[in-house]
Every structure is written in C-alpha cells, then in structure tokens.
Design a protein around this ligand. Structure first.
Ligand code: F6P
Length: 342
C-alpha cells in the first residue's frame, strides 16, 4: 500500500511520534508513506515529501511540533478543492490517508470520507476534548508543563504573600485546568463548563488569608466565563475559523481579587508553552500506539474511522462518533474536585 499522512490544526507534543510510528509500522507491511506539508493546504496544493523508515525518522520520537508543519484551511476552500485533492491522491497512488488532528481536522476527514477518500483519523489535541477517546496525546505533556509552572509559583507566591493566577489553555473545555489544578494543589480552579461566581472565588481567597495562610494559587482556563450578570467582561471576537479570541480572563479575575481582597496579585499566562517541547513518556507511548493502530486499520480497509483510546485499549471508532459532541468535563467531576479548593 501507499499511505499518506498530514498534521492539521494547532500543533501538539507527540505529532512526530505518530508520524514515526506510521512510517515504521507501514514498513513492516512493506508499504510506503508520503507526508503532505502544512495540513490540508499541503494536500490541496500537493506539497509532498516521501517519508522513509530511516535514522532521521527514528529520531523524531522525542521532538515536539511536527516535521510536516501544520495549518488551518477554511472549510469553504477545503470543500471547493475536493476534485484537486482526489486528483493529487490518485496521481501519487495513495491507497489511504491518515490525517492527524483535533475536532476540526476530523470533521475534514469525515467530509473526505463522505466523498470517497479512504481515511483513518488520529485524534490529537492538548485540550483532550475529542469525543470517543479517553485521552488524546499532548494532553499529558500540557498538564505536566502547567503543573510544573504551578509548583514553581507556590514558592514565589509564599515568599511575597501573593495571589497567583495561572491561566492555562482550554478554549471550550477545562481538562488541563482541572488536572493541573489538582496535581499542583491549586486553591481554586475555574473551567469553561461551569460559569464561575467571582464572589465565591473572592471569599475562598479571603478565607485563606484570614486563616493565616500566606498565599493562594488560582488556575483559570482561558475559556472560563463568569455567571451571567456577575462580572462585566469583553467577550472577544470569533476568527475566520470560528475560534473565539480571548481577552484575558485570568487578568480580569486577578484585578477583581486585588480590588476586593486587597492582596498583591500576579497573573501568569502559560499560553503556547503548554504546546511546545518534547512529549512526556505517556504521550510518546500513546502517540506511537495511535500511529501503529491507524496503520493497521488502513491495511485492514477500515475507512471512515478514527483510532481511539478506550480504557487501556486502542479501538477503531467511526468518524461520526469522533466528531460528535466535544468531550467536556462533567459538572459532577468538577464539583467533586472542589473539595480540594480553599
Ligand atoms: O485547540 C488547542 C488550543 O491549544 C486551545 O486550547 C487554544 O485556545 C488554541 O489551541 C490556540 O491555538 P492557536 O494560537 O494556534 O490558534
């Protein structure tokens, strides 16, 4: 077989581990692999590179980012390019395409599958919000980076009697905030799924200082929003891909705490640091398993599907399931985590 792969959407640690795994597993089948550069744009514009099972590929396991580059393509341009995409794949003799990406990429994969392209998707995102999959690779690395940052903030916060706000990624979901907050011993965590009550955060912070504690750490997911009518904020804009732009919810919460608690406050926005660098061992293993299972699914002709981690098994699910509702943090889980706040 001749396989093709590409990485699309925001990058994430572990993408190279998947690419390496696809190339190495394909070699075992006697198959060859082509990579398309820069996501769907590269497929549309036929930006192709042969990927060989050599030393160079072997070394990318540890490397963050993606050797293929990534990008976003507007759905209209994508859809109007279907004939060109099919022609490019046919000219290169491609038997199966393995796109690696998040919800948007898997929606693109589904659309290609509906148009007769043999596709097996691999879910990726540091946000961990893809449906049907317990964990996406990149999430563990992002949580580790955020936890390390929180660990460091504890000591400097304590030295200065400060409130430290740590804003982490999470456009629609609070998985990174919830896990990093729990692992880092945050005194309060806010997530997009549960609109926050600023009075509750202020009270929890006040209580700590009244009880003689010297500092507080508050983790805020970038997509968090206040309960309606409780705090004025700038809702930001929506970009051409339908993604909300953020206006600094961490800073806003920090300003409110400073004003009402009277304590010194500093805000740290972790941003893309969470997406960069080498993947954790867990992510390298998960990415490698995803890559080899997707390669196997392609050789078995199981198209219109995506690989998914369910329990400790990698299963093959339909793309329909993978692009179903975003996997949000259950409210009950957040409420349970609240026992550790304060
Ligand atoms: O989807 C993953 C994610 O990391 C979000 O949490 C974040 O809002 C977004 O990507 C930012 O991506 P970019 O800056 O690449 O548009």
């Amino acid at each position: 077989m001749r396989l093709a792969t590409l990485t699309s959407g925001g990058d994430c640690p572990g993408l190279n581990a998947v690419i390496r795994s696809i190339v190495r597993a394909s070699a075992d089948y006697g198959s060859t692999v082509v990579g398309y550069k820069d996501g769907w744009v590269g497929l549309l514009e036929d930006r192709r590179v042969n990927l060989y099972d050599d030393e160079e590929i072997d070394r990318i396991l540890l490397r963050g980012g993606t050797i293929l580059g990534t990008g976003r393509l507007h759905p209209d341009k994508f859809k109007s390019g279907i004939d060109q995409i099919k022609e490019n794949l046919a000219n290169e003799g491609i038997d199966a395409l393995i796109p690696i990406g998040g919800e948007g990429t898997l929606k693109g994969a589904k659309w290609l599958a509906d148009n007769g392209v043999p596709v097996v998707g691999v879910p990726k995102t540091i946000d961990n919000d893809v449906n049907g999959t317990d964990y996406t690779f990149g999430f563990d690395t992002a949580v580790s980076v955020a936890t390390d940052a929180i660990d460091r903030l504890h000591t400097t916060a304590e030295s200065h009697d400060r409130v430290m706000i740590v804003e982490v990624m999470g456009r629609h979901v609070g998985w990174i905030a919830l896990h990093a907050g729990m692992a880092g011993g945050a005194h309060y965590t806010v997530i997009p799924e549960v609109p926050f009550d600023i009075n509750e955060i202020v009270k929890a912070t006040q209580r700590r200082f009244q009880m003689g504690e010297k500092y507080a750490i508050i983790v805020v997911a970038e997509g968090a929003v206040p309960k309606e009518g409780t705090l004025e904020y700038d809702e930001g804009e929506v970009d051409q891909f339908g993604h909300k732009t953020f206006t600094g919810m961490g800073q806003l919460i920090g300003n409110e705490i400073k004003r009402r608690v009277g304590q010194d406050v500093r805000t740290t926005v972790l941003g893309h640091i969470q997406r960069g660098g080498t993947p954790t061992a867990y992510d390298r293993v998960l990415a490698t398993r995803y890559g080899s299972h997707a390669t196997r699914a392609a050789h078995e002709g199981r198209f219109g599907t995506s690989v998914a981690l369910q329990g400790d098994k990698i299963n093959v699910i339909s793309l329909d399931e993978a692009i179903g509702e975003l996997k949000t943090v259950p409210v009950s889980r957040y409420e349970h985590a609240k026992a550790m706040f304060g």
